[in-house]
Design a protein around this ligand. Structure first.
Ligand SMILES: *Cc1c(COP(=O)(O)O)cnc(C)c1O
Length: 218
């Protein structure tokens, strides 16, 4: 599928949900994709991208940024505290704030660097053991904790379990965000971004539907 097809499907989903055009931002997830494919999407004028790993992002985006201005880079994968500084210097948003230790590290670094990317708290809506994210029952407390640290919390993020109806998870995430007065909802991927938009997604993270299947999964 092409970038323009995805964009028109997003626009149609916004309209169907009675939402303003452009209210759901498309993050093109470029992890593991060959540089030519990423560059082609940059050439088409798209500027918002998502990467899973700090290392991989640091390996390719400084060069793309020299060639293309106004790149808006989002880290959507798990972040180790020892990579937090590098991440904060590289990306415009982090979608995977998922534990107190990472929150305090980000707060300390924000003081030191004088800036902080926009942050999303990852919620483990499916309560899956192997998955990152704060549990739904702990999320209100963790949001408060992050606010007390003066972190710029934009919203919440989730990755629904593969074998469950995603809309239940999107609805749960939206409910937690609403009761905490958070406006950002990072949810929806290639297979389910339209239902995420119907349930209020402000950021959809779409990879394979734009770039094609990844050579290996990350
Ligand atoms: C890889 C990834 C995506 C994109 O997945 P697709 O199914 O290729 O659209 C979205 N979010 C996260 C956190 C990812 O790791």
């Amino acid at each position: 599928m092409s970038l323009s097809e995805i964009k028109s499907r997003i626009a149609a989903a916004e309209t169907a949900a009675g939402r303003a055009p452009g209210s759901a931002e498309l993050i093109a997830v470029s992890k593991v994709q060959p540089n030519e494919r990423v560059e082609a999407v940059l050439e088409e004028g798209h500027r918002i991208f998502g990467e899973n790993r700090v290392q991989e992002a640091a390996g390719k985006w400084p060069e793309f940024r020299e060639k293309f201005s106004d790149v808006d880079l989002h880290l959507i994968g798990p972040l180790q505290t020892n990579k937090a500084r590098q991440a904060m210097e590289l990306v415009n948003a982090i979608h995977s704030v998922d534990r107190p230790k990472l929150a305090t590290t980000l707060a300390r670094l924000a003081q030191e660097l004088g800036h902080c990317p926009e942050l999303f708290i990852q919620v483990n809506t499916g309560e899956e053991e192997q998955k990152a994210g704060i549990l739904p029952k702990d999320s209100d407390g963790f949001i408060q904790e992050c606010r007390a640290l003066d972190l710029p919390i934009k919203g919440l993020m989730c990755i629904p379990p593969v074998d469950e109806e995603p809309s239940l998870h999107f609805a749960l995430l939206a409910k937690i965000a609403e009761r905490n007065g958070l406006s950002g909802l990072s949810m929806g991927m290639s297979g389910d971004f339209e239902s995420a938009i119907a349930l209020g997604a402000t950021h959809v993270r779409v990879g394979s539907a734009i770039f094609g299947e990844r050579a290996y999964s990350a």
